[in-house]
Write a protein that binds this ligand. Structure first.
Ligand SMILES: Nc1ncnc2c1ncn2[C@@H]1O[C@H](COP(=O)(O)OP(=O)(O)O)[C@@H](O)[C@H]1O
Ligand SMILES: Cc1cn([C@H]2C[C@H](O)[C@@H](COP(=O)(O)O)O2)c(=O)[nH]c1=O
Length: 215
């Protein structure tokens, strides 16, 4: 049975790498994928991984009907044996419904990849709809780690190196960007305490935590 699968995790946990591996393994067996993405850091119409791999993709527009896109493609003689949708958190909920229709009515597997929650720990609308509709939600096995060594479960946004909890939901960016808008993955405990790696280092160096001299 064809499936809608949502591969989810924090930023930097290997989602795009897995998307590219699925694409590689299937195309090596002669299958043809329709690769969709939105706002990849590598630029328009790209699906890229931090391991350096990149492939061309269809850049999804705000108002694009993904079911109609697939039907048009197939009816014009194009081929699509499966669909990969990266950065799926940026899809509109209606576009996730259209992907479910691609599975049910066109009989194609759809593999969607994305982060579940934003820097405020709130669900992205597209991810919420994927959790609601997916046949399976898979959490990636290669866990990203918080600076403390615990499994990273949340995404923090930093501006000029300081963690923020207010702002626009969507700001394209990367981890390890302390000068600008950046992101850092944290465990829930340290996300709640707004304790990034830099903040923990600063706290360790603070005179407040040095031993008090008895002399
Ligand atoms: N230099 C490196 N050597 C080995 N693995 C790396 C290196 N750089 C990044 N990675 C791996 O790539 C992962 C990020 O992959 P990517 O597909 O870009 O993540 P995502 O799409 O989830 O944000 C990291 O968690 C790490 O496992
Ligand atoms: C947490 C969070 C992330 N984003 C953006 C930042 C990146 O451009 C993508 C995630 O990409 P990745 O391949 O999973 O690393 O999402 C955002 O816009 N808002 C957020 O709250």
């Amino acid at each position: 049975m064809p499936e809608l699968v949502f591969f989810s995790g924090t930023m930097d946990c290997g989602k795009s790498t897995l998307a590219l591996q699925i694409e590689h393994n299937r195309s090596a067996r002669g299958l043809v994928g329709m690769i969709l993405t939105r706002d990849d850091r590598a630029g328009e119409g790209k699906l890229s991984s931090r391991l350096g791999l990149v492939t061309d993709a269809v850049e999804v527009r705000d108002d694009q009907d993904l079911y109609v896109h697939l039907v048009d493609h197939l009816s014009q003689g194009g081929r699509a044996d499966y669909v990969i949708a990266d950065e799926a958190q940026f899809l509109a909920p209606g576009q996730v419904d259209q992907l479910a229709r691609v599975v049910d009515e066109l009989g194609l597997d759809v593999y969607a990849f994305g982060i579940t929650t934003d820097f405020r720990t709130k669900l992205f609308p597209g991810s919420q709809r994927l959790v609601e509709l997916a046949d399976r939600v898979e959490v990636l096995q290669v866990e990203a780690l918080c600076w403390c060594g615990a499994r990273a479960t949340h995404n923090a946004r930093t501006i000029g190196g300081r963690m923020v909890v207010e702002g626009a939901q969507v700001v394209v960016g990367d981890v390890n960007q302390p000068e600008d808008v950046g992101y850092e993955v944290l465990c829930r405990r340290h996300h709640r305490r707004r304790m990034t790696a830099a903040a923990s280092r600063a706290a360790a160096l603070s005179p407040d935590v040095l031993p008090v001299s008895s002399g």
